[in-house]
Write a protein that binds this ligand. Structure first.
Ligand SMILES: CC(C)(COP(=O)(O)OP(=O)(O)OC[C@H]1O[C@@H](n2cnc3c(N)ncnc32)[C@H](O)[C@@H]1OP(=O)(O)O)[C@@H](O)C(=O)NCCC(=O)NCCS
Length: 153
């Protein structure tokens, strides 16, 4: 929530200014109760990127969609730590853990305009399998669905 208070900051700029998502909606999406609910609904697995085993640099959440498919519901590296390979390391741990659990395919959705996220997924081997226009609470958006088949398949 502190990151959202800085109107010049990356989180505010990327969500409210660039994509026109209403500030009130972004606040709700980042609120502690929303994250706590997400952490406990649908049997998700949370992954943390830690520095010295205590400072949180980022996190990811995967949700089992069916016996063979998991969705990477979110992956976030806090702005001051981006572009240092932390997101890639975190994603690698998510994929290794999912592979151990027997997941064969990992899917993730990204907004068509979320160039940085799309580049991140593409650099890490994900491929677009579908594009669709969906109704978000703030209007219509085009979502690209990415997929990665895990090695052991
Ligand atoms: C997407 C995100 C998780 C990437 O984490 P990161 O630690 O910065 O990623 P890495 O340093 O491992 O970057 C790996 C590659 O991804 C791509 N990439 C990452 N950030 C990028 C950016 N801002 N612009 C363009 N490409 C980018 C690059 O190809 C990069 O490789 P390079 O640095 O050698 O060019 C991070 O930017 C983030 O948390 N963003 C806000 C939340 C978000 O959009 N999450 C995804 C949708 S839920």
């Amino acid at each position: 929530m502190k990151l959202l208070e800085d109107k010049e900051g990356q989180v505010y700029q990327e969500n409210v200014t660039k994509f026109g998502i209403p500030e009130e909606y972004v606040r709700k999406a980042f609120a502690e109760e929303t994250l706590l609910e997400a952490a406990t609904t649908g049997n998700p697995t949370f992954y943390l990127a830690l520095e010295n085993r205590c400072k949180i640099l980022g996190f990811a959440q995967a949700i089992q969609r069916d016996a063979e498919t998991a969705e990477l519901d979110r992956i976030v590296v806090f702005p001051e730590h981006t572009r240092k390979g932390i997101g890639t390391q975190l994603l690698k741990r998510v994929l290794e853990d999912q592979e151990r659990k027997g997941t064969k395919t990992v899917v993730v959705n990204a907004g068509k305009e979320e160039t940085h996220a799309r580049k991140f997924y593409e650099k890490n081997g994900f491929e677009v399998v579908r594009q669709a226009i969906v109704e978000a609470p703030w209007g219509k958006i085009t979502l690209a669905t990415y997929q990665l088949r895990l090695r052991s398949v």
